[in-house]
Design a protein around this ligand. Sequence first.
Ligand code: HEM
Ligand code: HEM
Length: 211
Amino acid sequence: MHTSDNCQPTIQHEPRSTHGGNASTARYSALSICLHWLTLALLIAVYALIELRGIFPKGSGPREAMKTWHFMLGLTVFGLVFMRLALRLVFRAPPITPPPPAWQQFLATATHVALYAFLILMPLLGWLSLSADGKAIPFFGLQLPALIAPDKALAENVEEIHETIGTFGYYLVGLHAAAALFHHYFVRDDALARMLPWHSRRGRTTAQTQR
Ligand code: HEM
Ligand code: HEM
């Protein structure tokens, strides 16, 4: 069964058939797919909230609310990335049909490692920055503990690193998304179809035209 209509942890990383005319795209599990696109939605909100905070004056209620939501949604990303990594350690990624050359697979793996590092580092640096600044760390009605003792100079440095990596994130995610679209529309393999929440016959069609 190849469904991902909801976030049930249906694990379907293997192709239904690897020979004959019945082969279809081997997809990521429904849960991996949900977490992947949920992370994208959260990241859009996390970036928008902090980039657009300037439309409200400093110290105003709406601006502070935008920052609080930036922190809380960023911390949610932090929680989700460990679920994604756990899934990834248990189940291997489904193969791409037809298989890309080794150098492309290497680049893809390197980008994925960088993306996972980004998803861990950014919230962690944000959390460290608020801690060093002696500020509260809100999380949906809870207060998370400070990770380090207050240190204003350190807070400024950590915040700067957080902002620099935040800028780098636009390029990293842009590169990753462009590669996925390139594979889908130009190489015409099933790299993207494996990660889409709906069914796609891309793998089957491509596999059959290769025969
Ligand atoms: C994936 C998660 C995150 C991303 C991509 C991200 C991205 C960013 C970016 C791009 C900025 C700089 C905006 C600018 O000044 O131009 C920023 C600022 C900041 N972020 Fe994050 N962030 C994330 C998570 C967090 C978390 C979890 C916290 C705290 C718990 C946090 C705390 C802060 C703080 C304190 C600032 C400075 C805000 C200000 O000066 O008004 N961030 N973030
Ligand atoms: C429009 C935006 C995006 C598109 C089209 C896209 C597409 C894809 C595709 C097709 C894959 C499978 C690639 C493969 O196995 O070779 C993938 C995997 C992955 N994506 Fe995205 N993605 C997008 C946004 C993001 C964002 C925002 C993040 C996080 C910052 C992200 C993180 C990842 C990671 C970590 C993997 C590796 C999954 C694994 O462990 O195998 N993606 N994405």
